[in-house]
Design a binder for this molecule. Sequence first.
Ligand SMILES: Nc1ncnc2c1ncn2[C@@H]1O[C@H](COP(=O)(O)OP(=O)(O)OP(=O)(O)O)[C@@H](O)[C@H]1O
Ligand SMILES: [Mg+2]
Length: 245
Amino acid sequence: MGRLISIASGKGGTGKTTTTANLSIALGKMGYRVCAVDADLTMANLSLVMGIDDASTTIHDVLAGNATIEEAIYATRYKNVHLIPASIDWEHVIRADPRKLPGIIKPLKEEFDFVIIDSPAGLQMDAMNATMSGEEVVLVTNPEISCITDTMKVGIVLKKAGLAVLGFVLNRYGRSDTDIPPDVAEEVMEVPLLAVIPEDPAVREATLEGMPVVEYKPKSDGAKAFMELAERITRIAGFKSRVMR
Ligand SMILES: Nc1ncnc2c1ncn2[C@@H]1O[C@H](COP(=O)(O)OP(=O)(O)OP(=O)(O)O)[C@@H](O)[C@H]1O
Ligand SMILES: [Mg+2]
């Protein structure tokens, strides 16, 4: 039985989509069967980040009752990694019922070792529907105090809602002299620090190339940090993640 992991944050733009793509590919490289899901229904961009822009059937078609989930699963060019893409046009967005997300995503754990769910930021209904499709959650924050406290609040709510909070990723570290250091961030967050991902221009370059950094520049500091995140997550056994609730 596979694991369903949501990627969540308080503020937008912290690196959830980047983390979803790189974590999925890193787990794929380690030999796990992975399905990355674009559950950011209104601002979808996981497909672009992963280099797929021509999918004919998307998660929106499934949520509108016009396709089965199997029809929306695509093989990618990355080893062992599948993707459920989302549509970007408004016509599709308004026809999709976001409340159906957990019902269509949860059964995927029968088929994959890891299902990684890219969610919208915050705690609005769209974000909750996406995040609650998982059983475990990885929070993504930047090293700024308002970002950390917002992400902490999201962690508290998701824990109360029954998700196992595995911990958080401190992303884009080293951009500014005023960055909150990892140990202080961990104290504030009150959940384990899973990885520090440095600010790395290779991450953005990779996005422009439509190929996440673990594939584009595997030797870059950013890529190495995402590989370490994947290893850390595989070391947290399913049982432990359940008791951490
Ligand atoms: N470690 C990093 N170093 C440099 N740039 C990064 C890093 N992580 C993310 N970025 C860049 O930051 C931008 C925002 O990242 P991303 O789209 O993953 O955030 P998000 O949390 O998914 O945003 P949203 O809330 O809008 O969905 C992107 O341009 C991405 O390339
Ligand atoms: Mg995103």
